[in-house]
Design a protein around this ligand. Structure first.
Ligand SMILES: CC(C)(COP(=O)(O)OP(=O)(O)OC[C@H]1O[C@@H](n2cnc3c(N)ncnc32)[C@H](O)[C@@H]1OP(=O)(O)O)[C@@H](O)C(=O)NCCC(=O)NCCS
Length: 252
C-alpha cells in the first residue's frame, strides 16, 4: 500500500496525517503496511493514518490490523440518478443557497451534529478535534476553497441545517454530484429540514448532472433512512480503519 500525505487534515489535526491507498490491480498482490513502516514514516512526530477499503477485502483489512490499524467505521455509499425530482411536501422549512451571514450558524451546527462520523467515533481523537474538522470542512465552502455549493435550511428565521455539495467527478462517463456534508441542528432534527435540503440539492442537479452520490456510516440509521426515503440506493460499502503513532509507537 502507498501512503499519501493528507495536507488539509494534517493542518486541521496539527499532526502528520497519511492516507493508506490500495494500488490498482488484484488485492491479493498488495504489500500491506507494517507497524515499523508507520513509525518510520512518522519520523519521531505524532501521526495519524487512515485507510478506506472495499468491504469484501477482509484479507488486507486483517493485515492492516496486525500493523496497528483498527476499524472505526463501516461506510455505505448511496447513489441515485438525478431524475425523478423529489416530490415537494408542505413544510415550514425554507432552503436556499447559504449566504455569508449564515456562516457562523452553519459552522456551529457542523461542530455539534456529526457525532456518528469516524473522527468522533475514534477514541484516540478528542471530540474537540472531531468538531473542528467538520467546522473547517464547512468553512471551506464559504471561502471557496472546496465544493460547488452550500445550502442552508431555515425555520422560524433561524438557520437549522446545511448541505454541502461537491461537483465535477466522473463515473463511467456520467457527471457526478456528491453530498459532501449534510447536517441538521440536533435541536431541530426530525422536522423535515434534512429532506428539504436533499430535495433542493436534487432539483438543482437536474440538467447539470447525471448521478448523485454520498456516503454515510453503517451506524447512522437516521441518515441511511433519509437517503432511502429520498430515492437513493446502496451502491457500495467500505471499511474505514485508523492508526495512530504517538511517541514513536503505534497506540490503540
Ligand atoms: C441525517 C439528518 C441530516 C436528517 O435530518 P432531519 O432534518 O432530522 O431529517 P428529516 O426530519 O427531514 O427526516 C427525513 C427522513 O429521514 C429519516 N430520519 C430522520 N431522523 C430519523 C431518526 N432519528 N431515525 C430514523 N430515521 C430518521 C426518516 O426516513 C425521515 O422521514 P420520515 O420522517 O418520513 O420517516 C440528521 O439526523 C442529522 O443532521 N444527523 C447528524 C449529522 C449526520 O449524521 N449527517 C449525515 C452524515 S452522512
Amino acid at each position: 500500500m502507498r501512503l499519501q500525505r493528507d495536507e488539509w487534515l494534517s493542518q486541521v489535526m496539527r499532526r502528520e496525517v497519511y492516507r493508506a491507498v490500495l494500488p490498482p490491480g488484484p488485492p491479493g498482490n498488495v504489500q500491506p503496511l507494517t507497524a515499523d513502516a508507520l513509525v518510520t514514516v512518522a519520523g519521531g512526530k505524532d501521526a495519524f493514518f487512515y485507510a478506506k477499503l472495499p468491504a469484501d477485502n477482509i484479507g488486507i483489512s486483517l493485515r492492516l490490523q496486525e500493523a496497528g490499524f483498527y476499524t472505526v467505521e463501516g461506510s455505505l455509499i448511496f447513489e441515485r440518478p438525478v431524475k425523478p425530482a423529489l416530490r415537494a411536501v408542505k413544510t415550514a422549512v425554507a432552503v436556499r443557497q447559504a449566504a455569508s451571514s449564515d456562516k457562523e450558524q452553519v459552522l456551529d451546527i457542523a461542530g455539534r451534529c456529526f457525532t456518528r462520523t469516524r473522527f468522533y467515533m475514534d477514541p484516540n481523537i478528542p471530540h474537540e478535534v472531531a468538531a473542528e474538522i467538520k467546522r473547517q470542512w464547512a468553512a471551506n465552502y464559504f471561502s471557496g476553497a472546496r465544493g460547488e455549493r452550500i445550502y442552508s435550511a431555515h425555520l422560524s428565521g433561524r438557520c437549522v441545517g446545511f448541505l454541502a455539495a461537491l461537483g465535477g467527478a466522473d463515473k463511467d462517463g456520467r457527471k457526478v454530484r456528491c453530498i459532501d456534508l449534510v447536517g441538521v441542528d440536533p435541536d431541530f432534527q426530525g422536522k423535515g429540514a434534512g429532506r428539504e435540503l436533499v430535495r433542493q440539492y436534487i432539483a438543482d442537479a437536474i440538467g447539470r448532472y447525471d448521478l448523485l452520490r454520498l456516503g454515510t456510516q453503517l451506524c447512522n440509521v437516521p441518515a441511511a433512512r433519509l437517503y432511502l426515503a429520498t430515492g437513493f440506493k446502496i451502491a457500495d460499502s467500505q471499511w474505514v480503519l485508523h492508526a495512530h503513532v504517538r511517541s514513536g509507537k503505534v497506540v490503540r
